[in-house]
Design a protein around this ligand. Structure first.
Ligand SMILES: [Ca+2]
Ligand SMILES: [Ca+2]
Ligand SMILES: [Ca+2]
Length: 437
């Protein structure tokens, strides 16, 4: 402990003294970041392969924390272990639920240089996060190296699967696929690749991802000491295909947002003035078939056929004249839906007087809002730079007619104010009606 304190003081003195000095003054003290950095948050967590050789980590900066993730199978016992600790390393291991925020377990029984072991029985099949940090936040660089491993007991005799999982439309590797075997072994794909260690014998392998149809392969045979290659593709779910902004060569721009109940809103303008807002309550296949909510009650049917995750055909049929128009559409590569933002979803006035506010935020920072008050009239607002706390947009087709300001008080409630030009504003309190997908 005395040695460790001395190192800390030495580092602190070196740091203070080092200000304004050449970097060379750190020679012999600086330690390069471990190969898994940056991994200081759950979102940056790297996959750890269960039963693989330990990962080599260190604490390279003050307050460094190292996050890893693994997919746990129900009823399996996992051992999370730090070992081979440097003399200045006092690891704390924490286990978190799939939200990366709910602490499930914590161990810190040993001091500097001493290993830690966290043993835990997995209660449900899910993603789990592990956070490792030093009990002393001042400890970093010299002597902070440690090994990290996650083990699951298996019978003697194991083989491996070296797998790839590709998007069936684009051929690109898919990140974050949960690979689950019928024998307790699990893995997570990284850029389409995964590595799984499992007992010899016959098993079933399932691939799961929220944006893809689940794939199951029966009768996979694993021999002791052998590497089995397994290349699979997954078919994207429709909802993940359509979210975002689609463009035609010279016609309408189409805005899509899907919701958790597998419904979707589609907003289109055929000539820059004529807005058609359609709602589809069932996206079971690659066909969007909805009716106009706006345009003074004029009825259209919108049919979208997607030929890939970025291409499709869009047909608009005027139900009075029966005349269809068809355009080829391409997904805008720079502006795609961003799930999980607080404002995304359908909001309703409270008390409900029929007002509906459909919001979608895009990755370029812009956000779209559709307001519909009676299923006969609607307005479309666009905010080029919203924050998650406030939307302030103007009508994109009649920019001087009205603007709307939408303030989020919490994840499920807020306030909306619509102000027409030369007329008094209207205000509503709103509650979240349905989350975006
Ligand atoms: Ca580190
Ligand atoms: Ca780190
Ligand atoms: Ca410890």
């Amino acid at each position: 402990m005395r040695h460790r304190l001395f190192i800390n003081i030495l580092l602190a003195v070196t740091l203070v003294w080092g200000l304004g000095q050449p970097v060379a003054s750190f020679t012999g003290q600086t330690v390069p970041p471990d190969q898994y950095e940056p991994d200081d948050t759950p979102a940056q967590a790297k996959v750890i392969v269960i039963n693989d050789v330990p990962q080599h980590h260190n604490f390279d900066h003050p307050g460094d924390q190292d996050w890893v993730k693994f997919y746990g199978a129900m009823g399996e016992v996992y051992t999370i272990k730090t070992s081979n600790l440097g003399s200045n390393c006092d690891t704390v291991i924490e286990l978190y639920d799939s939200d990366g925020a709910t602490l499930l377990r914590k161990v810190d029984n040993g001091g500097p240089g001493e290993p830690e072991t966290l043993e835990w029985t997995c209660p449900k099949e899910s993603l789990y996060y592990v956070r490792v940090y030093d009990a002393d936040p001042r400890a970093f660089e010299y002597g902070t190296q440690y090994d990290l491993a996650v083990y699951r007991p298996t019978a003697p005799g194991t083989g491996t699967i070296i797998g790839t999982v590709l998007d069936g439309d684009t051929g690109q590797g898919i990140d974050g696929v949960d690979v689950i075997s019928s024998v307790g072994a699990t893995a997570i794909s990284v850029e389409g690749a995964y590595f799984m260690i499992l007992p010899a014998g016959k098993c079933q392998i399932s691939l799961k991802h929220p944006n893809y149809t689940t794939v199951t392969v029966n009768d996979v045979y694993i021999n002791t000491g052998q590497q089995v290659p397994l290349s699979l593709t997954m078919k994207p779910l429709v909802s993940s295909v359509i979210d975002g902004i689609w463009r035609t060569a010279s016609g309408p721009v189409i805005y899509f947002q899907t919701y958790v109940d597998n419904s979707a809103v589609c907003i289109v303008s055929s000539d820059g003035k004529n807005i058609i807002a359609a709602y589809d309550d069932n996206l079971a296949n690659s066909v969007f078939d909805g009716f106009d909510l706006g345009s003074g009650g004029k009825k259209y049917r919108l049919t979208i056929k997607f030929t890939s995750t970025s291409q499709g055909n869009f047909t608009l049929t005027d139900l009075v004249s029966g005349k269809p128009q068809t355009w080829a559409v391409t997904k805008d590569s720079t502006e795609t839906a961003q799930p999980g933002v607080a404002c995304d979803g359908i909001w309703s006035s409270n008390p409900d007087d029929g007002q509906r506010f459909y919001l979608q935020q895009y990755k370029n920072g812009g956000a779209l809002m559709l307001r519909s008050n009676d299923a006969l009239t609607c307005e479309v607002f666009y905010d080029p730079a919203p924050t998650t706390a406030k939307f302030k947009g103007s009508d994109i087709y009649n920019p001087h007619q009205a603007y709307i300001e939408f303030t989020f008080i919490g994840p499920d409630n807020g306030a909306a104010v619509r102000t027409p030009v030369n007329a008094p504003g209207q205000a509503w309190t709103v509650i979240k009606f349905s989350a975006a997908k």
